[in-house]
Design a protein around this ligand. Sequence first.
Ligand code: AHM
Ligand code: MG
Length: 337
Amino acid sequence: MTKLTTLGEYVILKQHEYPHATGELSQLFGALRLAAKVVNREINKAGLVDITGASGLENIQGEQQQKLDVYANDTFKAALLARGLVAGMASEEEVDFVAFNEAHTAGGKYVVLIDPLDGSSNIDVNVSIGAIFSIYRRVSSPDGPVQLEDFLQPGNRQVAAGYVIFGSSTMMVYTTGNGVHGFTFDPSIGVFYLSHENIRTPEEGLIYSVNEGNYVKFPEGVKKYIKYCQEMDPDSKRPYTSRYIGSLVADFHRNLLKGGIYMYPSYANAPTGKLRLLYECNPLAWLVEQAGGKATDGNRRILDIEPTELHQRTPFYIGSKAMVDKVEWFLHEYPQQ
Ligand code: AHM
Ligand code: MG
């Protein structure tokens, strides 16, 4: 008989692999898991109740927030606040970081950065969406409230990162620096089961994912790389397949498992691209590296970028190592914007 392992059991089983483990990170995962289940339930009701559609509010980037964005943000915040292990949270949906100042959070060792519902423009059309999270140890004194410096840490200081994909099935995928592990949700009993232990991404992929509608605005190197992907060359199995959902977590998840590259380059009027370093790029960059892949801004390793602001954006190239190496080569060879 197959032995079933739940997410909760697995995190505890692996606890000894974290240096100085005290079990707190496991509890923190418990909070994220609970919030993911609650958000999953609400997403599955979308269209049934009047929860989809715009809330009328705008987030810090001036984009319209969907009602489920707000719901997901509030749910993750409440779950993290309740456990008392987290001293503060920063979210793509909040202008500033949130310091948890309640008595039970005093001394909380960690901060969480989160994109509570990524790809939310896809909700109304029943396309996969996701939540992305990243956990750091706070660096400010535990005697006072969290500071901006706790959130502006480079991605190479993450202690855990992961995402939840709300797709044809719901999955949670995470790393704590010892490989990448995926868990599939069984909604009938409300449990995440280990389904993808130690995910490795193929070194060479055959899928490229980019919003090609922006082609004319892309840097010359990216244009040349896209043409390279489309050329006929049976030896390297080109032309590659083009796949773009427009939901980062879904595009990333597919490419992680099958091999491929996801690109969100800089473009005219947007020299730093669209995606946010702290909430989207850093956690996925660590996951891909842990799975044997690579993530850069075209020039630098994403995880080594020193952030200067919470909602900082960066160009993003992530996926199979050989593919990311190749686009970097094109960017260096054709440096024109
Ligand atoms: P969001 O955080 O506001 O949802 O935006 C991020 C999303 C990603 O999920 C997706 O990959 C990208 O934006 C798509 O952007 P575009 O429509 O410009 O291709
Ligand atoms: Mg997002």
